[in-house]
Design a protein around this ligand. Sequence first.
Ligand code: DX5
Ligand code: ZN
Length: 217
Amino acid sequence: MSVLIAPSILASDFSRLGEETRDAIEAGADWVHLDVMDGHFVPNITFGPDVVKRLRPWTDATFDCHLMIAPADPYLEAFAKAGCDVITVHAEAGPHLDRSLQFIRSLGKKAGVAINPGTPESAIEYVLDKIDLICVMTVNPGFGGQAFIPGMIAKIERLKAMVGDRPIHIEIDGGVTPETAGACVTAGADVLVAGSAVFKNGRNAYAGNIAALRAAA
Ligand code: DX5
Ligand code: ZN
């Protein structure tokens, strides 16, 4: 499986989200990573389904929606209708992870589960056959630009072994740079989310920033 690069628009210019989304894809990105925060599950607030809906016409690329909200269930249908392709909920968000995942698939979307740095991989052991993606948080969620937590490499390796030959993406989110990308991929990752490492030095730099991540992966 080749490695997919998913820029997080959290690090982009929020006053120009459409252009930034289009520019990242034109610069060679594979997916668009959308960080939804509620000021409750995480200590920051971003955007909701109406913004996703407005972004949808800007690209055909996969919209990878990372819901850092609790509860998530009341909003899943709205995000599905807004045009998300992958919808990821947090294992810690509760109250019923299995139900949330079944609901996402019933909406015709790929189901993802994210786990925070302090959450062991065993948290998703019993839902492995109901997911299409595991998002391994390598920072505590809420903000871009934080440092990668090195101890998470061992967790990625354990998850890779747990997943076995199931068709499940292992996505890494937080502190991904050309310096940290290689170890993530060696450990088993096949989707790399990157915010600040992509959206830096102006739009003319995006292609080079993405190429540097790909080369490191
Ligand atoms: C953190 C978000 C990440 C984050 C990544 O809560 O889920 O997607 O924005 O940003 P960088 O790559 O800057 O760590
Ligand atoms: Zn994210």
